[in-house]
Every structure is written in C-alpha cells, then in structure tokens.
Design a protein around this ligand. Structure first.
Ligand code: DC
Length: 222
C-alpha cells in the first residue's frame, strides 16, 4: 500500500535528508515544500514585488510556476523553467523566506499544489505544516527535532558542500529567527500534530534516524 508520510520540524533538523532517504527506499515521490516557499521568495526579490502588498503578491503568484525535476538523481527546483536549486538555498533567500511564508495567499497557493502532488499518495513531504494542514490524514506524521548548535553545524556543512560560504553565527541566528517566525505566525504555524511521532536526532546518525522512521512507516502500511 502507498501511504503519505509527513515530516515537520524546525529549520535544519534533517527533515529533507530523512524524507529523501525514505522516498528513495520506498520508491515514493519526495515533496520539498520549503523549496516552494523559497522559489516564491526568489521571484518576489528578483521582480521587486513588495510582499507587504497583498494585491501585488496575488498578481505575482499568477506568474509563478514551480516544478521539480530529477537531475543526476537529485530533486531539482525550477522556477518558471529556470533551474533555481542553488540560488534558493543562499542566505539571501533564507533571510526573507519566513516572512514571505507568513502570507496567507502564498500559503493557500502552495498548499493547493502540495495536496495535488499527494493525490495518489506514495509521497514523503517535509515542511512545517504538512501533518497539520497539507495532509492531516497522513498515515505517518513525524515531528523531527535536534539541538540548535547541532542544526547550525549541519547547515554550515551542507552550505559548504554546495560551495556556499556562510558564517556559523549568522546561520545560527537565521535558524532561530526562522523557528520563531515559523512557530508564532497566525496562519498554519509549525506545531507538533497530536498524532505525530517525535524523533530527536541530536545524538542519532542518519542511518539510525532512517531505520527508526522506516520502522514506523512499515507499521503504518508502507
Ligand atoms: O524547509 P526549509 O528550511 O527549506 O523552509 C524554508 C522556509 O519556508 C521556512 O523557514 C518556513 C517556510 N515553510 C513553511 O512555511 N511551510 C512549509 N511547509 C515549508 C517551509
């Protein structure tokens, strides 16, 4: 049976690493909801859309097409047919993405696309509101967490591996600030769903975390 696996949690706690590994193992689609908010943010910045102006935002959303393609085995984000995978991960986007993702019209547009991606089930999607808003009926909901310093070091390494040089303290500040905005916003804040399983991976290896999550998935019918 194909199920839906929703992975939520704070910034940089390994959600995408886990979600990608589960999707690969189970031959499911991987849905990177954060990449969608990042692509919208990139569009707003590049096209000088004032994201405090609801009308301007609504108009701009009509011109935004986000697609995912697999390139050399990697999930790759396209914004209006342009490969933006690298650009959406930069600090410039990380600094604006949380405020942009508080905007209700932006959320409605993204949630609609995300739900469409999950129509046939067989998907692992990671984000902040996947188990509470996008797929409240997901068979498996995982709430992932890890200590802030560990998360910062992981993000630092991840950026470095992509050739992006960023300051450790700046990364930590950005993570905590995004956590604050993402958890306190009015529209679909980051929350642990009551029926979610919690995995704290501060002291877990990627393999240990994967095995734990895969067991839960198998128990739920994957
Ligand atoms: O997962 P990420 O760090 O790439 O996500 C970037 C931002 O997008 C995050 O700070 C908040 C927003 N986001 C969201 O509001 N809802 C989601 N489902 C996924 C991400």
């Amino acid at each position: 049976m194909s199920i839906i696996i929703a992975v939520d949690g704070h910034s940089s706690c390994g959600k995408s690493t886990l979600a990608k590994a589960l999707a690969k193992h189970l031959h499911y689609v991987y849905g990177d909801s954060g990449a969608m908010y990042r692509a919208v943010t990139l569009y707003f910045l590049n096209n000088l859309v004032n994201y405090h102006d609801v009308q301007a935002v609504t108009e701009a959303l009509g011109n935004i097409k986000i697609r995912f393609k697999r390139i050399e085995g990697q999930n790759t984000t396209f914004l209006n047919d342009e490969n933006v995978e690298r650009e959406i991960r930069t600090m410039r986007i990380s600094e604006h993405v949380s405020p942009v993702s508080t905007i209700p019209v932006v959320r409605r547009a993204m949630v609609e696309q995300q739900q469409h991606m999950g129509k046939k089930r067989g998907i692992v999607m990671d984000g902040r509101d996947i188990s509470t808003v996008v797929f409240p009926d997901a068979e498996l909901k995982i709430y992932l967490t890890a200590e802030a310093d560990v998360r910062t070091s992981r993000r630092h390494l991840e950026l470095a591996s992509k050739g992006i040089d960023a300051d450790w303290a700046e990364i930590k500040h950005n993570l905590l600030e995004r956590d604050r905005i993402d958890s306190t916003r009015f529209d679909s804040p980051l929350r642990q769903a009551p029926d979610a399983v919690v995995i704290d991976n501060t002291f877990l290896s990627e393999e240990e975390q994967f095995e734990l999550a895969l067991n839960y998935a198998r128990e739920r019918g994957a």
